[in-house]
Design a protein around this ligand. Structure first.
Ligand SMILES: [Zn+2]
Ligand SMILES: [Zn+2]
Length: 215
């Protein structure tokens, strides 16, 4: 559940970044990337992440209920200013760009994790958002810690992003070595030999020789 919340929020910010990248044109935007190549690359990366993420997200199963709130409910919905001040840690996994810990919500109480998400501001907290920290083992790296829900999500986010950047690094390296190979042999092309079940880099003459070697 917490993981879904984080994924939803991440998809939302990815979508937002992609949109603003597309709509970008104003030079006074501080986030503006002036390099069109970098912009196109980032845009592709975001798009890939978004389409993959949305599919995963839609296919994940969650049970939830929706409650319709009446105006009278809303009056007693929030704990109010100065309440819900549980320790959320210094990191805000929902807004990783911000280096500050999430600020308290001035009206609702609790903390503002993003402009649309306030943590611990409700009376009658659902069980999974209860205030108390507990012993927790990260399912990804098996680190054990004593942490509250926001800290757990913060750790989870780091683990997932660490995995992703490792995967990306590997991809970049594979791409690089492939390009180096191509550069090293200007006449060579990729040739898949069914007998060796291997991809080889050979010139046309070398391919003929290689084929002959099998007969
Ligand atoms: Zn972990
Ligand atoms: Zn062969």
């Amino acid at each position: 559940m917490q993981d879904m919340l984080w994924r939803a929020s991440r998809l939302r910010s990815t979508w937002q970044e992609l949109l603003s990248l597309r709509l970008e044109g104003s030079a006074d935007d501080p986030m503006s990337m002036s390099d069109p190549v970098a912009r196109a690359e980032r845009s592709m990366e975001l798009e890939a992440h978004l389409s993959r993420g949305l599919i995963d997200f839609v296919h994940s199963e969650a049970l939830f209920s929706i409650k319709r709130l009446l105006p009278a409910d809303i009056k007693v919905l929030y704990v109010g200013e100065g309440f819900g001040m549980t320790d959320v840690g210094d990191e805000n996994p929902f807004n990783p760009a911000s280096k500050e810990s999430p600020p308290p919500h001035p009206k609702k109480g609790g903390f503002r994790l993003t402009e649309y998400l306030t943590y611990n501001c409700l009376e009658n907290q659902a069980d999974e958002l209860h205030l108390l920290a507990s012993d927790w083992t990260c399912p990804k790296c098996e680190a054990e810690m004593y942490a509250g829900p926001v800290q757990r999500i913060a750790h989870h986010a780091k683990c997932v992003q660490g995995e992703e950047s490792d995967a990306k690094q590997k991809e970049v390296e594979a791409q690089k070595s492939k390009m180096e190979e191509e550069d090293a042999k200007p006449n060579a092309r990729e040739y898949f030999c069914h007998e060796c079940e291997k991809t080889l880099w050979l010139s046309s003459v070398q391919i003929l020789k290689h084929k002959r070697g099998h007969s």
